[in-house]
Ligand binder design. Sequence first.
Ligand code: AHR
Length: 503
Amino acid sequence: MKASVVAHKDFTVSKIDDRVYGAFLEHLGRAIYEGIYEPDHPSADKNGMRGDVAKLVKDLNVPMVRYPGGNFVSAYNWEDGVGPRDERPTRLDLAWHTSESNAVGVHEFADWCETVGTEMMLAVNLGSRGVDDARNFLEYVNHPGGTYWSDLRIKNGRKEPFDVKMWCLGNEMDGPWQVGHKDADEYGKLAANTARAMRMFDSKLELIVCGSSHADMASYPDWERIVLEHTYEHVDHISLHMYFANRDKDTANYLALNHKLDRYIKTVASTITQVKNKKRSKRDVYISFDEWNVWYHSNKQDRTILEGNSGWPHAPGLLEDIYNFEDVLQVGLILNTFIRNSDVVKIACIAQLVNVIAPIMTEKGGPAWAQTIYYPYYFASIFGRGTALNLIVNSPGYDSKHADNTPYVDVSGVHNEEEGTLSFFLVNRHGTDSIDVSVSLQGFAAGQIIDHQVMTHTNLEAVNTAKNQTEVAPRKGSGAKAEDGSLTVKLPPYSYQMVRVKV
Ligand code: AHR
């Protein structure tokens, strides 16, 4: 089988915002406790943060991390997580039917972000709380001093403000599972009022209003229109979420799901344009895709806790999806979709980062390791920075539940002009056939291959575990050629590849 691609230097989508490679950490399961924080762990630093986990996160060069939720934030009192640890209250977390010790709060999380070299994106609680709480939290976090809340922060050990720029106005407020769920009008008004108050403090904040929890919500896409009609002039991004699942064990359909993602993004982008024009506005609003990942492997085992049959445990194993090789392909496809839509998607967060539907897993007192999906995320985050190319792709395809003629080859291309590199991320959706891909490099000086990484496996269900951490891992590819203005590469059946060319 053959496929051809045209990559022209001047045919671009957009400069990719680095924050498209962001992540998310929630007070949920073992994401925080036993994930990033485990004071008794042999690798723990003076703050009790695991060094082995920090290293895996640092290697990913994560630009920003959304915190502290998620569903958790909709009944969270941030004040519980500041001040002397032994005085912090333990609370019930209604969202996940667990208890929250508050041993980690905004100070500890900020220190951890500094350690791993990332920026914080905070969420305010618009479920059980509202404008007043949001303005207090903002003042605590960002005001230099001389007021009640900022002086309390200083008393709690942090002299300089945290200077957090990105703020989410609640989480998934369209979802009836959310504490304080609202309809679009109610939420839109509250979000607009909260945004106004926050902007009175600092007009330069980047504010993210809630869009839909997923594209099958009955309220989608009217939710986006109504919420934006209330908030358009006051926010910078609208947040979307989507989780991917292969419950029917149908790989062909599973691997076509990014068509649904693409439609979701394009629909909301059109809604943004509609509201912009309706308001005769000059400003732009973008998409913050601040929760995305595969999530289904752990659904059954989570039921007992989520249905309340285990009491209120503290940091139990929850949402611990063990990812397989098939999910590598899915994550590669999702990231390709974000790159191709980088003109509208300016922020995206893999959900989540450690233990909870995450690329990094840990054992209490034991090792931390990279799950299978760590690698496509790693390659995109490290090498997918620059300008997204608008590629013309000609590939044979198949009809799936989500689209007709789903191309077997899915590809994104990134030109990094400063480094003089072109990076291509390719997925072969065909289960039995190799595909010879030829990419015509137009407007680029002749190049040479500088890196070629391949992920394949004979078993789509292969996983990495604490004992076998590299069952699914990239290996150096061979056979890719860059000559006479074109790049040629063979994609084995069901494979993910990254090919980089010096130009
Ligand atoms: O990431 C897990 C959960 O998924 C989040 O708490 C929520 O926002 C979404 O439904």
